[in-house]
Design a protein around this ligand. Sequence first.
Ligand code: NAG
Ligand code: NAG
Ligand code: NAG
Ligand code: NAG
Length: 344
Amino acid sequence: MATRTLKRIFLAAVFGLSGVLAALPPPDNVRIFSENMGLQLLWDPPVNTSNKLTYTTEYKSLSGFTTVCVNQSETSCDVTNKITPFGKYDLRVRAELQDQVSDWVTRNDFEVLQMTNISAPSVKLQTRRGEIEVQITDPLMRLNDFQELYRPVQYVISYWREGDVHKLEKRSDQSHVILSATLAAHVKYCVQVHIYSHMINMTSARSNHNCIKNSANDVVSGWQIMLVMLGSFVVVGAGTLLFFAVGWYSCRGIHYLHPKAKLPDHFFIPSLLPPLSQMDQFKGQPVELCHPLSIVLETPQPPLLDGGLHCTHPLQEEEQPERQGEKWETGGGGDGGDRALHSL
Ligand SMILES: *[C@@H]1O[C@H](CO)[C@@H](O)[C@H](O)[C@H]1NC(C)=O
Ligand SMILES: *[C@@H]1O[C@H](CO)[C@@H](O)[C@H](O)[C@H]1NC(C)=O
Ligand SMILES: *[C@@H]1O[C@H](CO)[C@@H](O)[C@H](O)[C@H]1NC(C)=O
Ligand SMILES: *[C@@H]1O[C@H](CO)[C@@H](O)[C@H](O)[C@H]1NC(C)=O
């Protein structure tokens, strides 16, 4: 019996003690909410409490706990302004009522960059020429820039005909994507986009379904333009060649019909030659006719030269025999010389 009473006293003491210590219950359902680098601690008021409680929140970095929110009645505390995207933090909260305080409730080791959620990108759709253009805008970060934090990223675009379960996917590292390959004109397509970060192996939330009716493909494609250009080049080239050829041949024709150099008239005596029809009558080897041809050169008289060695003056010719006669006289008899002179 003594042991029983001892047990009762012990239990009563324990319960009584715990009742004093747990005067103020701690906040309930304490959780971290973090999106786009924002960091919040949230909780619910302790159960079975009708008192008007207040709360204090602290965060712990390398240098220990620091108070962020004090004596507040709201059940959340935003610590974004106290942190960096690359930090790792412990967060804790407790309830307070006048001089009474509850135990701390702690959430440990929150790595902001690796654990924060990325919201969905915003998506704008446009259609023209049978293509759908998807313009994606990165979610806005509360700390730093999205690309600075997460690149390299890939934009993953799912698209499908409205009402169709079969989805197509296109991945791009550009935020402006054109869906063109397989789209039918005048058909409504829906698009959903999310972003994948290679850096930290993380996927953003998916955007809402955006739907748009595709436009008609009323424009010629690139290769058609190329073909038309090539065709026009060929046509223009051929036209130019033809133009020059026509010019050249007509020029030659005109020269032939109206030659610049006039031929002498006797070249145009057709009657000298037998007509071609008659020439056909000569069968076998053509007979070669030969006629003697004399060439007479009419050389002009050489001009008279004064005192030329080969040419003699008529007066000199008359004097010469006299001198010869004199010579004869001196050489022979006087009478014989005169006769000789007369005989000449
Ligand atoms: C991130 O989102 C998921 C899904 O909505 C949620 O369960 C989780 O608690 C979120 N994490 C943070 C840190 O907010
Ligand atoms: C809260 O009160 C209800 C009755 O009002 C009780 O059933 C419940 O067990 C209590 N919860 C706690 C955690 O004390
Ligand atoms: C907490 O706030 C209440 C009013 O909301 C005020 O009466 C009280 O003095 C404050 N306590 C401290 C410690 O600041
Ligand atoms: C990326 O995360 C997913 C789970 O979210 C995991 O299955 C996958 O193996 C991870 N990939 C790499 C390369 O870490």
